[in-house]
Design a protein around this ligand. Sequence first.
Ligand code: UT7
Length: 322
Amino acid sequence: MVGVGHYAPAAILTNEDLEKVLDTSDEWITSRTGMKRRHVSAPNEATSDLALAAARHALESASLRADEIDCFIVSTVTPDYPFPATACIVASKLGAQNKAAFDIEIACSGFIYGLTVAASLIRSGVYKRVMLIGAETLTKIVNKKDRATAILFGDGAGAVILESSQEDSFLSSELGSDGSRPEILRVQAGGSRYALDPLRYDMGEQFIYMEGREVFKFAVTKMIDATETALSKANLTHSDLDFLIPHQANKRIIDAAAKYLDMPSEKVLINIHEYGNTSAASIPIALSEAVRSKKIKAGDIIVFVGFGGGLSWGAVTWRWAA
Ligand code: UT7
């Protein structure tokens, strides 16, 4: 990766703010999730606006112009429109006309799937430089009256730029899915299965619905399995790992997986207290913060691991080159 960047909207929603409007408490949210604050996009701020800011940040860190990028990928479940792809809007606003641009929609696993696609496009020689952005405005699809989900989600974007080089940083990928139970984590209406008619609108089916306990159970196992498989595909073990950068859905999920994987806390990057769950944006935001604070050094072995709607999961092993 030759560039990283991130952006989060200025407005903050704290646990104390949530206590005033929902039957919840700072104590419950902190102890059950590790979350303290989330960043919230303005009514006129769309996902492409967040993605654009993160993309500019990444371009600046790589000292590149947008027209030097061959392909733009945005991972998101909160696109500006059902179509066209948000990536097309971002590329155009960056001034990169006529370049390849497309979205990936695989919920919280979006950065892991996107990284696998982006790295494969480079390894195969199709493109020399690819920008991958995880960007979400989840607060726009959250039911503000549902305490089970309204406390969890935040908005943000993280971007990385991949460039072909002699030394391949992409050591392995492990991706998976199980679509047999879409009902435990989804937005029910507004797609081709159930139109968003007035009745469904009144029932709140345009919002995220999640059976948290069910997702929790699957999450810990899949984080562990995906990490172990990705490491083994790269002929590495836990002890080779310098950093685990997990999807930030729940600190208890991360802690349980890290404990099993025998990862000391200083090697597990967590920023959930600041952003909440930003789905496809959570891993690249954590990566960008770590790179900018010079935590990550050349040669470090990192596993990025995520899970979410689909259900879906994945892990990528990466050697940090620059
Ligand atoms: O990004 C990928 C997808 N998302 C996730 O990975 C999330 C996975 N799931 C989770 O993180 C956790 O399941 C949650 C944080 C969502 C919930 O934590 P939990 O420990 O699984 O709680 P629970 O759903 O089992 O609920 C326990 C109790 C219930 O009350 P009763 O039935 O025991 O009386 C809930 O009604 O907590 C209650 N509750 C709340 N209380 C205060 C649920 N939400 C809240 C709330 N404040 N916000």
